[in-house]
Design a protein around this ligand. Structure first.
Ligand code: MOS
Length: 657
């Protein structure tokens, strides 16, 4: 055994500060946003908190050592139930979504509306569970640290570790080149990173630390459970006069994260009166965090379920109801959209799906023993962008190297950035290579919030454009005339082995436009008439996210989002034992996600948009929009099939019996 570290003997660390402005796209539940420093005192905030680390020369020795550690506890009562502690809910916001918004007088308009829906919807705890668990290798040489971390936010890791350990950021080299899934769980600097770095410093040897699958259910974030009220008031013709969306989700006193489920409500449907608020109930449970389409996927399940209920109340086709309430401008800010093709998404997906063949009455469609139902929902996701930098280098043999911090977690960053650089420079794609995932490369934001293509893409596009200009300027020629042969000729003529530029891309301070990706889902379910197992037979979805850089990777993002939405609707939930304050189904056997037989026919339609306003490359981001709305569309299809409205996810057999 090399060391046993806990609050008893751990070195004192500094609390990291959140950088003000310019940091762009930083995740919450970063240690900079918490009241908690690992091993700083003997307080245990939640079950699963790391309280000690054993370092040994082999995994077996470390595991044996950990088994020998004796811990004595001084128990105190814990708050673990969202339901029991609802009265303590406090307004909580995030950087992107403040706690509340309001326009007009939503309560008065609701009270006098001819048509009303007022319901409570619930979503469960969920965990990301990337196949590649969180883990790191930390190696100090004196005051210099090399840190291999499975992270989607390396620059934040570098800054946080720098501040906590009191070493300059330039001494810290963080690498995260290939990531086996993240989904938001790797956007924060979690305690195990600090513990691993601390351990390596103490034992003066490189340390490898892996978080086990079971630990992942407690220490690296989750989607908090929510309870949401949606109240919709409408005129007899279906036009909304009021939208109210309020409720709460689990939070804790360790970090600031809250599930911001009203974000989509501000933009998706037009109404003269609207208000929303999300609150957090601080429980003695692990910290929640961003998880695939955070806020929007949970919030839109509630809102689009309520819209479906309104459609039946008003006896208006659900698609028609969405069209009646289409927002021609951003409904809250009044801004013009930078571009919007939601109507085209509705039309193309409805046509392809055959929506017009649906008979409106619930339980009116059958196929043998199966009750058939068709449901639909809308999707939206804001088009964020953060400052990002990239370098483009051309060698005299005509090959190109693009370098930018960034990350590829499987969404195709390497592919689309290489492609974008090749197109911008007019060179064959085989000659372009990209390096990323390294803090020695130009700085980029967290890879999250569906903003990597837009942010890093703007930087890569800028760098490639400037490189082209710089090479053209050598010979005083028009950049447009350059091609693979002339590039090489120019560089050789000027005795240059290589030439490089860096480009720092920044979004404007003030944006006169509102930018969002939109989409629509149409779902067909079959529900066995006796044992009501829900099967999703078909999903047709259309998405509009500005310019599509690569139809294959974009389609894959679409499919991935739909599959995730199917899991959210029918399978995913982490059970909480409120007596123990512990999640219980903390393994892949009991935490259910869709497998191949759960996924039937999925179709993704990409509606290409020409958006001259959103950013220099016209890309809005399509990573997460595809997941938003799927659960609502499925719940609506289940109602159409069975006549039973399930307002609590997931929609399991027992809820339909
Ligand atoms: Mo994500 S939750 O934007 O990685």
């Amino acid at each position: 055994m090399l060391a046993v570290l806990s609050h008893v003997n751990a070195p004192k660390l500094q609390k990291p500060q959140r950088t003000q402005g310019g940091g762009g796209g930083e995740a919450s539940s970063n240690l900079a946003e918490t009241n908690y420093i690992p091993f700083s005192d003997g307080t245990i905030h939640y079950l699963g908190q790391h309280i000690a680390v054993v370092v040994a020369d082999t995994l077996e020795h470390a595991v044996r050592g950990a088994a020998l550690v004796r811990v004595t506890y001084d128990p105190k009562p814990a708050k673990t139930s969202l339901d029991e502690h609802r009265a303590s809910a406090k307004e909580k916001g995030t950087q992107q979504s403040p706690a509340s918004f309001a326009k007009g007088d939503a309560d008065a308009a609701f009270a006098s509306a001819p048509l009303k829906v007022d319901q409570i919807y619930r979503t469960p705890y969920e965990h990301h569970n990337p196949m590649e668990a969180h883990g790191l290798i930390a190696s100090w040489e004196g005051d210099y640290l090399t840190l291999y971390d499975s992270s989607q936010n390396i620059f934040s890791v570098r800054r946080t570790i720098s501040q906590m350990f009191g070493v300059p950021p330039e001494n810290i080299h963080v690498l995260s080149q290939y990531i086996g899934g993240a989904f938001g769980s790797k956007g924060s600097v979690w305690p195990h990173v600090v513990i691993g770095v601390m351990a390596a410093r103490e034992v003066k040897r490189p340390v490898k630390l892996m978080v086990t699958r079971k630990q992942l259910f407690f220490t690296n974030g989750h989607r908090p459970a929510t309870e949401q009220r949606v109240a919709l008031g409408a005129n007899a013709d279906g036009k909304l006069v009021s939208i109210i969306h309020e409720g709460f989700g689990q939070s804790n006193n360790v970090c600031t994260f809250v599930e911001a489920f009203t974000a989509s409500t501000k933009v998706i449907y037009d109404s003269p009166n609207m208000r929303g608020v999300h609150r957090g109930v601080d429980l003695d449970l692990p910290s929640g965090t961003y998880m695939r389409a955070p806020g929007d996927s949970t919030g839109m399940f509630a809102l689009d379920s309520a819209m479906d209920e309104l459609a039946y109340t008003a006896k208006i086709d659900p698609l028609q109801l969405r069209l009646i309430n289409h927002a021609d401008r951003d409904p809250l800010t009044g801004k013009e959209w930078s571009s919007k093709s939601l109507k085209e998404c509705y039309a193309q997906a409805a046509e392809r799906f055959g929506w017009s063949r649906r008979t409106p009455e619930p339980r009116s469609m059958r196929d043998g023993r199966d009750l058939i139902g068709c449901g639909m929902a809308s999707a939206n996701r804001p088009s964020h962008r953060a400052p990002a930098s990239a370098r483009a280098l051309m060698r005299s043999d005509g090959t190109v190297l693009i370098r930018s911090g960034s990350h590829d977690m499987g969404m195709g960053t390497l592919t689309v950035m290489t492609q974008l650089a090749a197109e911008t420079l007019d060179v064959p794609i085989e000659r372009v290579r990209m390096e990323l995932g390294d803090t020695n490369l130009p700085q980029t934001p967290i890879a999250a919030g569906s903003m990597t293509a837009a942010s890093v893409g703007s930087a890569v596009f800028g760098a490639a454009t400037e490189l082209r200009k710089k090479i053209a300027a050598l010979d005083g020629v028009d950049p447009a005339t350059l091609d693979p042969a002339t590039y090489t000729a120019v560089l050789r003529r000027h005795y240059l082995n290589e030439i490089e530029v860096q480009f720092n891309a920044k979004p404007p301070e003030e944006d006169p436009y509102s930018s969002h990706a939109f989409g629509a889902h149409f779902v067909e379910v079959a529900v066995d008439a006796d044992i009501p197992v829900v099967r999703v037979r078909r999903v047709v979805s259309a998405f509009a996210g500005g310019r599509i850089l690569n139809a294959k990777t974009a389609r894959s993002q679409g499919l991935g989002g739909i599959v995730w939405g199917i899991g959210m609707a029918l399978l995913e939930q982490t059970h909480l034992d409120t007596k123990l304050g512990s999640f219980t189904n903390v393994n892949f056997g009991e935490y259910l996600v869709p497998v191949n037989p759960d996924i039937r026919q999925l179709e993704v339609i990409l509606v290409e948009e020409n958006d001259p306003h959103v950013n220099p490359i016209g890309v809005k981001g399509i990573g997460e929009v595809s997941m938003v709305g799927v659960a609502g569309a499925i719940a609506n299809a289940v109602f159409h099939a069975t006549g039973k409205r399930v307002r609590e996810l997931p929609i399991t057999v027992e809820k339909l019996l």
